[in-house]
Write a protein that binds this ligand. Structure first.
Ligand SMILES: [Zn+2]
Length: 445
């Protein structure tokens, strides 16, 4: 397959305005149909050889039969995107314009770039006449951006369908991962990270009630005071930090590349645990990988400036570390805020289990990354603090990993869900090579 046609395909994919909204009536499904039509035309061999099923009308399940009955592999993705604010963009957000070696547009990184790279790689393998020994599934969701807990989540319903057929995957690969500067961890190079699990999510509402009355004769403490005092207790007593299987595996992988004195400290990390955890919680980035976090995100009181609030509320948004749980977090909050405050659980999902990184599947992903990016020779597993659709496949495979094989993400990560999202052409083409290796090696029986 020619490089120019691969680029054109990505541009065409970006030009479909597949914007996700939690309020499904706002979604323009014609754009989703346009995307599906484009995929049909652009990848004729895939459509000839694979069985295509639709779940919840717009999630795509491609199934390529392999020559053996061994456990299949799945490459996941989603083709919905988040809305744009055109005023902040230097180019049309859905133009797919190619400027100075970059393709611009909503979804280039999150994640049509990856979906198209997978499709290009599969089509190229089929053109070469490659016979997969294992079945290959391509699972492309249509509403990842609004969360896999929604009752109509394409990813969840697809999982249910495949589970009902008794399928167990050898490998599931989805978006995620990162390229980061290793300096903070004593590594003098870029570190490529592969996600092996995800934190949980929980909204907790704190409520204080009061009889109300006139603001000119205030009581000793108002409802707002009470609820904020409770919320402040959460701010000043953070959840306890500890190592978890994902951070343990990350440090183990990084120790050989660390410089002193960190190398020594992390080599004996159980011994130096208190000092290390103290250092790790200092930066928000590392703190989020070693403890459950909580932060105030919303507050409400009365509806007029001179009226006392009868009901005052603060929302605490928590991200739950593996090993912790919704129930445990709720109990700890109740103990901390005291009996005067009502604690109610809102939207929540448990953390996933952590996939091991000493598996042949992890080695394969690592090898494929290093072979297209020899400059990123340090590869390590890590805990993702954001959620992806792949969380629903924990339990259906021992190897659910998250990876973004695009080197330009290192500098352009901040454009995800923001203005001027872009992917470098070089990275995109390397991403295709990455998936070719995964398909060729990963589908061997
Ligand atoms: Zn995404």
């Amino acid at each position: 397959m020619k490089q120019s046609s691969s680029l054109e395909h990505l541009q065409k994919a970006i030009q479909c305005e597949t914007i996700s909204y939690p309020d499904r009536s706002r979604i323009d499904f014609k754009e989703y149909d346009k995307f599906i039509d484009f995929v049909k035309k652009a990848y004729p061999l895939l459509h000839k050889k694979a069985k295509l099923e639709f779940v919840e009308k717009h999630s795509l399940v491609f199934h390529l039969k392999g020559s053996t009955d061994k456990d299949p592999i799945a490459l996941m993705g989603h083709y919905d995107v988040v809305p744009v604010n055109p005023a902040g963009w230097n180019v049309g957000p859905f133009s797919g314009e190619l400027i100075d070696g970059y393709i611009y547009g909503r979804g280039t990184l999150d994640m049509k770039g990856q979906v198209i790279a997978v499709l290009e790689a599969v089509e190229a393998c089929l053109e070469e006449g490659l016979v997969f020994e294992r079945d290959v599934y391509l699972l492309f969701g249509h509403n990842e951006e609004t969360g896999s807990e929604m009752p109509d989540s394409g990813a969840r319903l697809t999982r249910d369908l495949l589970k009902s057929r008794g399928i167990h995957f050898k490998l599931v690969l989805d978006e995620g991962g990162a390229f980061i500067n290793g300096k903070a961890m004593g590594v003098n190079s870029t570190v490529a990270l592969i996600g092996v699990g995800e934190k949980g999510y929980l909204d907790v509402e704190l409520t204080a009630t009061q009889n109300g009355g006139h603001a000119s004769m205030p009581p000793v403490t108002s409802a707002l005071y009470d609820v904020f005092q409770a919320a402040m207790k959460m701010e000043s007593h953070k959840f306890q930090a500890d190592f978890n299987p994902a951070t343990n595996a990350m440090f183990e992988a990084l120790v050989p590349h660390m410089s002193q004195p960190l190398k020594f400290l992390f080599k004996y990390k159980q011994l130096f645990k208190p000092i290390l955890l103290l250092a790790l919680v200092k930066s928000p980035e590392t703190a989020s990988t070693v403890r459950t976090t909580s932060v105030m995100t919303m507050a409400s009181g009365s509806s007029a400036p001179n009226v006392l609030a009868q009901v005052a509320k603060v929302n605490i948004n928590c991200r739950i570390i593996p090993g912790d749980s919704i129930e445990k977090v709720k109990r700890r909050i109740e103990t901390r805020v005291g009996p005067k405050i009502k604690v109610s659980i809102g939207h929540g999902t448990e953390p996933t289990d952590i996939c091991r990184s000493d598996t042949p599947q992890f080695e394969l992903v690592k090898k494929a990354l290093s072979s297209v990016y020899p400059e990123f020779s340090v590869v390590a597993p890590y805990l993702m603090v954001a959620a992806t659709d792949s969380r629903v496949y924990h339990g259906m495979s021992e190897a659910v990993y998250r990876v973004g094989p695009f080197g330009s993400m290192k500098d352009d990560r901040g454009t995800i869900h923001a203005d001027n999202e872009r992917i470098s052409v070089d990275s995109f083409l390397k991403g295709i090579e990455f998936f070719k290796i995964i398909l060729k090696e990963g589908s061997k029986a």
